[in-house]
Design a protein around this ligand. Structure first.
Ligand SMILES: Nc1ncnc2c1ncn2[C@@H]1O[C@H](COP(=O)(O)OP(=O)(O)OP(=O)(O)O)[C@@H](O)[C@H]1O
Ligand SMILES: [Mn+2]
Length: 485
């Protein structure tokens, strides 16, 4: 009926009025489309109460990115790619919805989160004291560190020998160096005097370099490993392997003790810098890492005791590493409910889910979107998720990837001890606390001031996520004491 009526009206209309009306309609349509895109782009700006307005919310995937690839990414240059990104982004419904809500809460976060805690100073000075070497360097400290490792932590809460262990890591003679097996990134397996094994992750980037592209772009950042170690200490999540920065004389300390196959990959570049490329999935002769003449900075990560075996699990919140394919967690609004049906992730039957939420908060703060797998000690009851491999963090201080928080905002659970610990960093104090304890590092300054500012900003987003959950379910149901720490 209606269609017939409008047909009649149109047929009665003079031809030029018809054309005018069609043109008018078209203009309105274009305006609506423009308005829509302006709205989407505007929403990609992260509300940021304290820091630089340059900060953007970054979608975690961008078309044509390759996982862990070192290649420079070409981003959003042609209109076609822009269109692809928008289509793919709109499909990641769970992340988009949560992010909009978190950003909204950030605009009116309760004032208690802006007030510094009176307890922080004591905690920082305690850690700072532990980080000072209290005894001389000694390879006898390897057995001390070995005994520290338990089901749920790598370092005990009270650790006055910590600084001495780290100093020994930074100074002990390297007696063997070879390609490290496992993983995709270039790293060496070194043996320190006294038989202690460790990984050496070399420096690829300058401190102020920003990694563009998807969250998992670029190569490992050695300083990120050092920073993650210290941040975990601050957060009371002492599950990062002992990590120290070290400046190594490549020729004297590595080449003289290198295995034959590793030695083959060494060369000198046209500026007389010593370079090597090792042997790994992403290793190639054309992509060697180079020292400054002979000096190379790196992170030394102590291997866990060899009698303790690690068991690896695929992360339920693993990314697809493809822009045009969303993972289940990015589209399924009941994802956490379904995950909890699996016995290992049921909070009633073990600590695993709450551990993964701890990891998510930690990873969001350090901006690590590459925890595709996680590891726990095998055959140990109540074993904690260890924070192994933090190399892809601290890539970009002006970007926040809120979807790293998905385990938190999808499950709306947090361990009580973690939540209490997070209260220490209200009032934008996390950055300066970390800066203070990292001033003890052998490669200080470990991070630029922009990264410290990013930590404060991201901490607010964590509080906002908690508030989102409290609004939905009430604090009493979100903060749980599962008997684990
Ligand atoms: N401190 C450690 N103690 C024991 N094992 C470790 C330690 N660090 C790393 N590993 C083992 O080595 C593997 C590879 O290390 P890592 O994940 O750092 O390398 P990667 O090249 O970045 O890996 P990927 O490409 O999978 O991200 C880990 O999955 C873990 O099993
Ligand atoms: Mn890695």
């Amino acid at each position: 009926m209606g269609a017939q009526k409008s047909k009649k009206v149109l047929s009665k209309m003079p031809r030029h009025r018809c054309i005018f009306l069609s043109l008018f309609g078209l203009i309105i349509l274009v305006l609506i489309i423009n308005f829509y895109f302006a709205f989407v782009i505007n929403n990609n700006k992260l509300p940021n109460p304290t820091e630089s307005p340059k900060v953007v919310y970054a979608p975690s995937r961008i078309p044509f990115a390759s996982s862990s690839s070192s290649k420079k990414l070409i981003i959003l240059e042609s209109p076609m790619r822009v269109k692809d990104t928008k289509v793919a982004l709109t499909k990641r419904t769970t992340s988009i919805e949560a992010e909009l809500k978190i950003k909204d809460i950030l605009l009116h976060l309760p004032p208690k989160y802006s007030k510094p805690s009176v307890l922080l100073k004591t905690e920082v000075s305690k850690l700072w004291t532990y980080l000072q070497p209290s005894v001389g360097t000694s390879t006898q400290l390897w057995s001390v560190a070995r005994e520290w490792v338990g089901a749920r932590s790598i370092i005990p809460p009270r650790s006055p020998l910590l600084g001495s262990v780290l100093k020994t890591i930074s100074l002990a003679k390297i007696i063997n160096a070879q390609n490290a097996p496992g993983g995709t990134q270039l790293k060496l397996l070194i043996t320190l005097e006294g038989g202690q094994q460790a990984l050496f992750k070399p420096q690829w980037y300058k401190r102020d370099e920003h990694i563009e592209g998807p969250v998992y772009s670029g190569k490992d950042r050695h300083n990120a490993e050092v920073a993650a170690f210290h941040l975990a200490l601050l957060m009371g999540l002492r599950r990062v392997p002992l990590t120290a920065g070290r400046k190594v004389n490549i020729q004297k300390e590595i080449m003289t003790v290198a295995s034959k196959s590793l030695l083959k990959t060494f060369s000198t570049d046209d500026k007389n810098n010593t370079c090597f490329y090792g042997n790994c999935h992403y290793c190639s002769q054309s992509d060697a890492v180079c020292a400054h003449k002979n000096w190379m900075e790196g992170a030394i990560i102590l291997m866990l005791p060899s009698n303790l075996k690690l068991k690896q699990f695929r992360s339920p919140w693993q990314r697809t590493y493809r822009d045009n394919k969303a993972a289940k967690w990015e589209v399924d609004h009941k994802y956490c409910h379904n995950i909890k049906l699996n016995k290992i992730y049921n909070p009633q039957s073990g600590p695993r889910l709450l551990d993964l939420i701890d990891v998510a908060i930690f990873d969001f703060l350090i901006d690590n979107g590459d925890r595709h797998h996680y590891e726990v000690l095998s055959n140990v009851s109540g074993a904690a998720v260890m924070f192994i491999d933090n190399g892809k963090s601290f890539g970009h201080p002006f970007q926040d990837h809120l979807d790293i928080l998905a385990p938190f905002y999808q499950c709306c659970l947090i361990r009580q001890s973690t939540w209490e610990r997070l209260q220490l960093f209200t009032g934008s104090t996390l950055g300066s606390a970390l800066e203070k304890i990292m001033s003890t590092s052998y490669i200080s300054p470990v991070l630029t001031s922009h990264h410290f500012a990013a930590l404060n900003r991201r901490m607010h987003a964590v509080y906002a996520t908690a508030e989102l959950c409290f609004e939905k379910f009430g604090e009493g149901r979100v903060v749980v004491d599962d008997g684990y720490r």
